[in-house]
Unconditional design. Sequence first.
Length: 320
Amino acid sequence: MTGRIIGTGSYVPEQVVTNEDLAKIVDTTDEWIVTRTGIHERRIAVHEGTSEMAAKAARRALEDAGMEAGELDIILLATSSPDNCFPNGACEVQAAIGAKNAVAFDISAACSGFEFALSTVQAFLQAGIYKTALIIGVDCLSKLTDWNDRSTCVLFGDGAGAAVLRAEETGVIHSVMGSDGTKGPVLSCSARTGGNFLNGKRPELGFIYMDGQEVFKFAVKKVPECIQQVLKESGTDIDEVKYFVLHQANYRICESVAKRLKQPLDKVPMNIGSYGNTSGATVPILLDELNRQGKLERGDKIVMAGFGGGLTWGAALVEW
Ligand code: ACO
């Protein structure tokens, strides 16, 4: 048995923020942002938080799967921008959608979160512990962004993507995950630090810090490596793969990965231009777009791959 994706869904907030909008608040230009990143605009959550976006994506995934929330055994929500320390976002989604029979918890692996959630539920489904799962990648990085820091504020957007999996004969073929905590400082966001009753201070929420070039170098090396690993360990020829659904952090990273893998760029779909980097949500949003556009047919092989804070990375080979 393995986990097969039987439904996908996504949600992005209505509010569009263009590069021109950002050029009014920081010293930047549309030309700089587009040429360095490929981003034209992003969606920013004004009225909704992380769990609400996640619940909206989850409902759409359940509808696509033709499944009722009560049938779910487990909900894993991957985020690095939860609304609360507790209750966790997965429990909030459980309550919102009425998945009363599911166990629900969060996973924190930044932009690799969706791949980590997929690998984790896969282990439960493969072991026969659970039969149905909902996984969600969601982030609301706009609330962790320093809107005066032009080096980061132009990069991110908010959104959520979800997938429903069921234990079947085919589906997730193989997955790999990796972490390197020694590189944590190159991409970080401290949470609620500095406060306690002895120093009399209230805790402060940190902002995203990123050494862009270090992350770039890490991504263009690690993503092709983990894709090659997942293919090698599963005995799959790279030419059997229809799409490489990669974390949308920068179109130049996607281009570089395609080049290193010696694969045509049309096998690497991108939507970063419309949404920016939605962190843990980029892969499931892109997957949902491909699914709804009818680009995925039963038997197609796709590879999903993510990388991000931790540092973390992961890839999964999936038969549709
Ligand atoms: N507008 C105009 N100029 C800018 C901006 C901006 N928004 N941001 C930075 N600059 C300037 C810098 O100050 C610098 O100026 P200087 O040469 O006078 O010092 C110049 O542009 C070049 O800056 P670099 O940082 O060298 O630009 P680079 O080409 O590396 O591009 C970028 C920056 C886009 C961030 C790139 O490094 C990148 O994409 N890195 C990977 C990011 C990534 O993948 N992040 C994933 C995070 S996911 C997660 O886990 C949350």
